[in-house]
Write a protein that binds this ligand. Sequence first.
Ligand code: ZN
Length: 165
Amino acid sequence: MAVCAAVESAQGYPILGRSGQDDLALDDGWPIFGRRGGQTGVATYPNCPLCDQSTETMRHLLTGCSFSRMVWFEVMSWIRSTSGPPTVEGDFAEWWSLVVRTVPRQLRKGTSSIIMLTAWWIWKHRNAVVFDNARPSVTTLFSDIVAEARQWADAGARGVRLLLP
Ligand SMILES: [Zn+2]
């Protein structure tokens, strides 16, 4: 977990971390997020800080949120995936593995990484809105995701490099 975010695998699930901050891990097929090594678990805000339209649950944030769905749409188009965004309020992990299975073998690792990176950045963006009074912005978030993906590719993430336009 040095300068660049690292992707590892523990207990068969991907883990993403950066210097112990804003960690994302999949446990039993469901993402668990933590901030600065503090509590993990689903978010506790009554209204989703990104769309302000719905109760905030992790499922909403990742698959149901109108804001997040715009971001997924941008990202999936960017990597020229034939899959659309996750089903509204559907199971995120199920969608993730389905998307990965539909791409050619050599692109699977990169596709999986990009999906994980996007989920992680949605969470980071949500934290910036909640804790730093940032304004939700699909454009900003998408360009953050693109920049981070390029950094990963430059740092030697071959799967990601194969996938990037
Ligand atoms: Zn929302």
